[in-house]
Design a binder for this molecule. Structure first.
Ligand SMILES: [Zn+2]
Length: 57
């Protein structure tokens, strides 16, 4: 469940961050600083599924 695919831009490591303002799940790249969240899938487990579906292997 916690397994996240790497950044689609730089293949860096992705970490999951819960936004303190909105309490939504964001995915942030350690390397290039990209941050992504999904409208309609802002919370786990949907958010993680949306991320992994978005990133093609
Ligand atoms: Zn990146």
């Amino acid at each position: 469940m916690n397994e996240l695919k790497p950044c689609p831009f730089c293949v860096g490591k992705i970490k999951k961050v819960i936004s303190p303002m909105m309490n939504t799940v964001m995915f942030v790249c350690d390397k290039c600083g990209a941050d992504v969240c999904f409208y309609g899938a802002e919370h786990d487990p949907k958010a993680t599924k949306a991320w992994n579906r978005r990133v093609k292997e």
